[in-house]
Design a binder for this molecule. Structure first.
Ligand code: NAD
Ligand code: WQD
Length: 343
């Protein structure tokens, strides 16, 4: 199949492109490189022996995207492109609402025009906000607590409405839990700009000596050790979930809209992650306990049953593998893509 991958040079996008190419699909990446590096394309080629077509463009640019759609006949779209930092979304709601919503609008408008039958959308467990109970199933209500989360919710509602109005279009919204890890080659991985917001890149940067110590945001939550519990999922498992979703819609053309959790179903605390990582590197990670981070919740993990039943997908990699691969990526690329040891 010919697949358009927006945001395909980003963290999750690049791993998904690798899985699609390995699966035998043809891939066209559109990315404006606002949060990624073009060297990713070379890395993808080293891993897969195939080079995806790449177009540097903003998905919100209708005219440019119209040119792309007129050149290729896509069988499906995977839409990763977007802005993803919760804190930044509070400061810059205009940027978030525009980038995250207009991009999907442009794509669906062009899907209708060029008869592209399906789209897989990158959603997030953040749409559930603070759930009353865990594990979380897809029928839990929206409880978004920040602009970023609300852009994901609005996208889902938009896709629901448009897939009802245009029965020739199907959509699956994949609600990711906490992606970590990297491709086992160490060639592609997460490359945050500046000081990382997320736990695993922070830990790996402490381990390599780039940051002094980890701050653990609160140890007084109602969890087994007081620190926050999340459902960490290996990015390669997540990437495979996208291949499964594309295939599902290829075989179930009468689908309108589906929301599906991609998680492992297992909740680990911050201290569980720190200790698992320490085991891999054979030394301690310096940390201090600080106040809770504003907006954080105690516990969030998925019920992944729907993904298994519908997509025949389930996460395979355990926490040890997630830590091992995160660490390999970090030591091979101590400064990220720009000045790595690999090239
Ligand atoms: P990322 O920033 O690494 O990748 C996003 C890519 O999209 C980047 O390469 C960026 O340059 C590109 N991009 C952004 N706006 C664009 C635009 N208007 N036009 C073209 N390209 C554009 O992020 P990621 O972690 O790979 O996340 C991918 C998607 O998954 C995002 O939509 C994000 O909201 C969602 N998501 C991520 C996480 C996570 O923890 N990483 C969790 C849940 C959902
Ligand atoms: C995990 C745990 C922190 C950093 C975020 C977004 C969510 C989704 C995934 C996009 C929490 C603790 C963290 C640190 C810490 N992204 N922590 N010290 O907050 O679950 O989810 O990323 O959709 O929308 O909100 O992930 O990795 O930031 O935090 O103690 O330096 O680690 O409090 O318990 P989070 P995270």
């Amino acid at each position: 199949m010919q697949i358009l991958v927006t945001g395909g040079t980003g963290y999750i996008g690049s791993h998904t492109v690798v899985e699609l190419l390995n699966h035998g699909d043809d891939v066209v990446i559109v990315d404006n490189l606002s949060n990624s590096h073009p060297i990713v394309l070379e890395r993808i080629e080293i891993i897969t022996d195939k080079r995806p077509d790449f177009i540097k463009a903003d998905v919100c640019n209708f005219e440019k995207m119209n040119e792309v759609f007129s050149k290729y006949q896509f069988d499906s779209i995977i839409h990763f492109a977007g802005s993803k930092a919760v804190g930044e979304s509070v400061e810059k709601p205009l940027l978030y609402y525009r980038n995250n919503i207009e991009s999907t609008w442009v794509l669906v408008e062009l899907m209708e025009k060029y008869n592209v039958p399906s789209i897989i959308f990158s959603s997030s467990a953040t749409v559930y906000g603070q759930p009353d109970i865990n594990p979380i199933t897809e029928d839990f209500s929206y409880q978004c607590t920040n602009p970023y989360g609300r852009t994901k919710m609005i996208n889902e509602l938009f896709l629901k409405d448009t897939t009802v109005a245009y029965p020739n279009i199907s959509a699956i919204s994949l609600r990711y839990f906490n992606p970590i890890g990297a491709h086992e080659s160490g060639l592609i991985g997460e490359d945050p700009q500046g000081i990382p917001n997320n736990l695993m890149p922070y830990i790996t940067q402490v381990a390599i000596g780039k940051l002094e110590k980890l701050s653990i945001f609160g140890d007084d939550y109602d969890t087994h050790d007081g620190t926050g519990v999340r459902d960490y999922i290996h990015v390669v498992d997540l990437a495979k979930g996208h291949v499964a979703a594309v295939n599902y819609l290829q075989e179930h053309k009468d689908t309108s809209f589906l929301a599906v959790n991609l998680g492992t179903g297992i909740g680990y605390s911050v201290l569980d992650i720190v200790h698992a990582f320490e085991k891999i590197i054979g030394r301690e990670i310096p940390y201090q306990i600080t106040d809770r981070r504003l907006g954080d919740i105690a516990t969030c993990y998925a019920n992944p049953k729907k993904a298994k039943e519908l997509l025949n997908w389930e996460a395979k990699f355990d926490l040890e593998k997630m830590c091992e691969d995160s660490w390999r990526w970090q030591i091979k690329n101590p400064k990220g893509y720009v000045r790595s040891n690999v090239f």
